[in-house]
Ligand binder design. Structure first.
Ligand SMILES: [Zn+2]
Length: 387
């Protein structure tokens, strides 16, 4: 067992100071002054630390993505230490533009590998294109028969790289996601990739208006990618929708008008958006191509899961968003929307995914996943098998 003594708890709501007893992969007790003979447990003195839930990154190209500049631009897969350094204990893996050299069986294998290495992993079935290529014949069967599959995505709309799905095709896909989600007791969420196209959220607004499918079925991502999509996102979230911001970026994108995630969160809250309707994801291991004015590829880099908490830290330090509110976007909000039971909160009976933060600078100090310390006092204790 592992006993964390005297931490200031953000569960993510501010909950005062107490002890956390971890064992069997779960939080066994969360209360003041837990006394256990030292021979039965390892003790972490967290008097000068904050304890928060392990972070959930719900959009990561765990087996790599990209490829939009030819084969050499296919990006590498996620390494365990990247997740550890980012405090990410739960990832949702997905395919992207390339659903051909990247396949669902390989994605499932990578997710299982990361799980063996200590993380908790889930998947979206499909890729950018509609109709979707699923593991079984249908999305409903993937949701029913593959534990890790919790939804569909990332399905691209309003993007020159999308399959230009019709309204009817997208409505049918969302219907199968909803039905499969209900039958399997999962969220069946449709993770929508939004491009820079002028149609923006038009298709999504139509889906909510012209079908019976509720807003909880959709998580549109990259909503901060340009000023007009961001403004649309505010209106969409205010009318009951959920929105996701992407934390991986490069300076060229910010120069072009991408809204930094910390600022995006503050502005959404100021506009009156329900803080429970906002999530951050890293788009980790996705490609970040940098095109010049003529559309030539100038350079390409790769998204990192370490940007996830860094963006939350920016929201707190630069934008003055309260810590408990900011933490929600990578803990309780995705856990709730994606129905990740046992995740996203600190409470007895839930999974022992805990991050300890230094309150002075909000640096990640210790990372515990399913009760196992993966990083202690800023030092990673685990590595991927080929790292
Ligand atoms: Zn995307």
């Amino acid at each position: 067992m592992l006993l964390i003594k005297n931490a200031e708890i953000f569960a993510p709501e501010a909950s005062g100071r107490c002890d956390l007893l971890l064992g069997g992969g779960q939080i066994l007790r969360m209360e003041a002054d837990i006394r256990i003979p030292r021979k039965y447990c390892e003790v972490i003195d967290a008097r000068n630390l904050l304890a928060v839930p392990g972070f959930i990154d719900a959009h990561v190209h765990i087996m790599g993505g990209g490829g939009e500049g030819g084969f050499k631009t296919r990006t590498p897969d996620l390494q365990l230490t990247d997740a550890i350094r980012g405090g990410v204990t739960t990832v949702v893996g997905c395919l992207g533009t390339d659903g051909y050299t990247r396949t669902m069986p390989a994605l499932l294998a990578k997710a299982k590998g990361l799980e063996e290495e200590g993380l908790t992993t889930f998947l979206y079935s499909g890729s950018y294109g509609v109709p979707m290529r699923t593991l079984f014949g249908t999305l409903e069967e993937d949701l029913l028969f593959i534990d890790k599959v919790i939804g569909a995505g990332e399905v691209a709309i309003s993007d020159h790289r999308s399959s230009q799905p019709t309204f009817e095709a997208l409505a049918q896909l969302a219907g199968t996601a909803r039905r499969g989600g209900m039958l399997s007791g999962k969220a069946g969420i449709v993770n929508l990739h939004l491009g820079d196209g002028p149609r923006g959220l038009e298709m999504l607004r139509r889906l909510l208006k012209e079908t019976e499918i509720p807003a909880t079925q959709f998580l549109p991502t990259h909503i901060n990618r340009n000023p007009s999509l961001f403004e649309e996102g505010i209106a969409y979230a205010k009318s009951g929708g959920f929105v996701d911001f992407t934390t991986s970026t490069v300076q060229a994108y910010l120069d072009d008008g991408e809204v930094p995630c910390g600022e995006a969160l503050r502005r959404m809250l100021e506009a009156g958006v329900d803080p429970g309707h906002i999530t951050f994801t890293s788009d980790g291991q996705g490609s970040l191509p940098d095109f010049d004015a003529q559309g030539h590829l100038r350079g390409i880099s790769v998204g990192r899961v370490t940007t996830l908490f860094a963006a939350v830290r920016d929201a707190v330090q630069l934008e003055k968003v309260p810590l408990d509110t900011a933490l929600r976007v990578i803990t309780s909000n995705p856990a709730h929307l994606l129905k990740l039971r046992g995740k996203g909160h600190l409470a007895a009976g839930l999974d022992a995914d805990v991050v300890l933060l230094d309150p002075r600078n909000l640096e990640i100090h210790t990372v515990i996943a399913k009760g196992r310390p993966l990083m202690k006092a800023h030092k990673p204790l685990a590595k991927g098998i080929f790292e």
